[in-house]
Design a protein around this ligand. Structure first.
Ligand SMILES: [Zn+2]
Length: 347
């Protein structure tokens, strides 16, 4: 009898195998299994493959990395369903629900371990469930993808117009002009250039973001933020579909040529805005607008209607997001603004 230590064989097909098996000229809906629950139910996520008959790039679309961010799922679904695979050059791969247990639980984070999946990349094949999920997606991207779009939304308490975020990943990563030329197809309100080390960002492992880890591998990647979480917003979904259509054309995956994109408002410094006082935040500005210096973003008032705090800025700001839920405690976020920006033009 052989008593040597048994290793656990890899029991499920990985993403690269599923993509390889997909038939050319068709849309294939398969399932990427990651593990099992105690009940025996699979932990799995949907994998859509639209494979063209002609050679071309692999565009990878990732949705619901935060389980309560819905607009991106629907934009990906509608875009994939509308593709003419017979005329496609290259392959579009989609993981529209990359955080399946969080989606099913109507939550942002992975419920089983309370981790933020978009702070868990590249993941691990021998870790917590969030790491297993991250690894399953990232392993496929590592082997197959050329360009990656990761869809987010703001949280359900905020309003925003669609905007983009891209990271500064240093040497070896695709250049900023190439990233912005792809982002421009989405006509975002702003495109924020973000440093994962910036103290102006919320605390957490920002270097564990999918797009950042893709850039580190030399793959062109960015985030599109489509409105607010926990709802469907038809204008945001439409913006996502139109952006993906323009991006695929830009990547020469469609037969018809496309015109160059319009300019992009590039934000190079941004900040979250917090209330100092508890009370009720009353909006005085709108998302997707430029707020002049000295004008209020909003007031915090107490239950007697007395203004206890006015939120304003000494300079003009771009209002990327503004809080809808009026109930605020000290330290709650009430806004998200761009502080420095310029206009980028495709060359
Ligand atoms: Zn998100």
């Amino acid at each position: 009898m052989n008593l040597s230590l048994q290793t656990v064989p890899r029991p499920f097909a990985d993403a690269a195998q599923l993509i390889d098996r997909a038939a050319p000229g068709a849309l294939t809906h398969s399932t990427l299994q990651v593990g099992t629950m105690a009940s025996g139910q699979p932990v799995a996520l949907p994998l859509l493959v639209a494979k063209g008959r002609a050679d071309g790039p692999v565009l990878w679309l990732n949705g619901a990395v935060h389980g309560d961010e819905i607009n991106g799922i629907l934009a990906i679904s509608d875009f994939m369903a509308g593709l003419d695979c017979a005329d496609l050059a290259g392959t579009v791969v989609a993981t529209p629900v990359s955080n399946p247990t969080a989606l099913d639980a109507r939550r942002k984070r992975v419920p089983q371990d309370e981790q933020d999946l978009d702070q868990s990349f590249p993941g691990s094949d021998a870790g917590m469930l969030s790491q297993l999920l991250a690894h399953a997606v990232f392993d496929g991207i590592r082997h197959c993808a050329d360009v990656v779009v990761n869809f987010h939304t703001m949280n359900p308490l905020f309003s925003s117009r669609p905007y983009a975020v891209y990271k500064d990943a240093g040497d070896g990563a695709p250049g900023e002009d190439d990233i912005l030329s792809a982002i421009a197809r989405f006509s975002p309100f702003v495109a924020c250039r973000m440093s994962v080390a910036s103290a102006a960002e919320l605390p957490g492992n920002n270097a564990g973001a999918l797009d950042y880890q893709c850039l580190k591998l030399g793959k062109l990647a960015f985030m599109i933020e489509l409105g607010a979480g926990s709802r469907q917003q038809p204008d945001c979904i439409r913006a996502g579909i139109d952006g993906l259509t323009g991006l695929a054309a830009h990547l020469r995956m469609f037969p018809d040529p496309v015109p160059g994109p319009g300019p992009v408002c590039r934000v190079t410094r941004r900040t979250h805005v917090f209330s100092r006082h508890g009370g009720f935040f009353r909006q005085q500005a709108a998302a997707g607008t430029t707020l002049p210096a000295g004008q209020p973003l909003g007031h915090v008032q107490d239950v007697a209607g007395r203004v206890v705090e006015t939120v304003s800025f000494e300079q003009d700001v771009q209002v990327i997001g503004i809080r809808n839920d009026p109930v605020v405690h000290s330290g709650d976020r009430v806004g998200f603004v761009g502080l420095e920006w310029d206009e980028w033009h495709d060359r």
